[in-house]
Design a protein around this ligand. Structure first.
Ligand code: ADP
Ligand code: MG
Length: 274
């Protein structure tokens, strides 16, 4: 990948929490622009810490983070361009109505009331929360809170969406909405970086995968990462079901492997009907 096209370049970053916990030892990685990047690893491997660093909310104890080639502190519109959705929506929802929650960012940016209202209704429709706009965020269900948090993150028209464990505690309908929102965001030119803790959910939903290890990361295209049994075993991640099926039926793991469930169905169809 060309370095000039990189959204983020992290060089030798280390993060130590105030209590002395070393959350990241020495991480170097590049994150591409205009793609969906999945950051995977077991609990405690430092995914959230890294995401908070990419959001500019934590400063690495050592090392450098470049955003579009410039250090985050020196990048003019960083706050406007980059939004984050926390794993727990409660950490993010601060106002007394859903409407105000989504209006918060645009108001900070100085948009006028008409523009803000248009934006809110458009986002509310997209995330199916129009009926919730005048409710208090704390009264909502988990899935509703998550959708409000996403609408709020999108309200400033960011180009980058950072998403911590986007699929946790969601019913199937809500899950589909979140997946569609991620795909739609990238289809319209944005970049998404999300964390997740197993390999199955991310199949077909990642253009680039970063695996968090004890000492650093291994990153690559999905086809290179998911067939790397040694790597996945090393970090304690399960071989995706698609990979297990492919391996059982063909006796090998190679680059022809399906990486989405649609591809898997095509592969099985061919296998059965020729
Ligand atoms: N506020 C904090 N203070 C001290 N240690 C922390 C804090 N937050 C996370 N950690 C520790 O840092 C390590 C990485 O955590 P985290 O980034 O949350 O991992 P993940 O998101 O992959 O589960 C873990 O050992 C965790 O216990
Ligand atoms: Mg986490």
């Amino acid at each position: 990948m060309m370095l000039s096209k990189m959204l983020y370049i992290c060089k030798n970053i280390k993060y130590i929490y105030p209590d002395g916990t070393i959350a990241l030892t020495d991480i170097s990685l590049n994150i591409p622009t205009g793609k969906i990047t999945a950051l995977i690893g077991p609990n405690g491997s430092g995914k959230t810490t890294l995401l908070l660093i990419l959001a500019g909310l934590l400063k690495p104890s050592r090392g450098k983070v470049l955003f579009r080639g410039t250090e985050i502190d020196k990048y003019q519109n960083f706050r406007k361009e980059v939004s984050i959705v926390f794993q727990t929506p409660e950490d993010q929802l601060i106002t007394s109505t859903v409407y105000d929650e989504i209006a918060f960012g645009p108001r900070q940016l100085g948009l006028n009331n008409n523009e803000i209202e248009d934006k809110i209704f458009r986002l509310a429709k997209k995330l199916d929360i129009t009926h919730l706009l005048y409710k208090a965020p704390y009264q909502l269900s988990g899935g509703e809170k998550k959708r409000v948090a996403v609408a709020s993150a999108l309200s400033t028209d960011p180009s980058v969406l950072l998403f911590d464990e986007p699929f946790s505690e969601l019913s199937y309908n809500n899950l589909l909405k979140i997946i569609e929102t991620i795909k739609d965001f990238v289809r319209h030119g944005g970049s998404v970086i999300y964390t997740w803790h197993d390999t199955n959910m991310i199949m077909g939903l990642a253009d680039y995968i970063i695996v968090m290890k004890q000492n650093g990361v291994t990153a690559g295209e999905p086809r290179d990462i998911i067939i790397n049994e040694k790597l996945l075993a090393e970090v304690g991640l399960e071989l995706p079901l698609i990979v297990k099926i492919y391996k059982t039926l063909t006796g090998k793991l190679d680059k022809k492997i399906p990486i989405s469930y649609d591809d898997l169905i095509k592969f099985l169809y061919k296998k059965i009907y020729g």
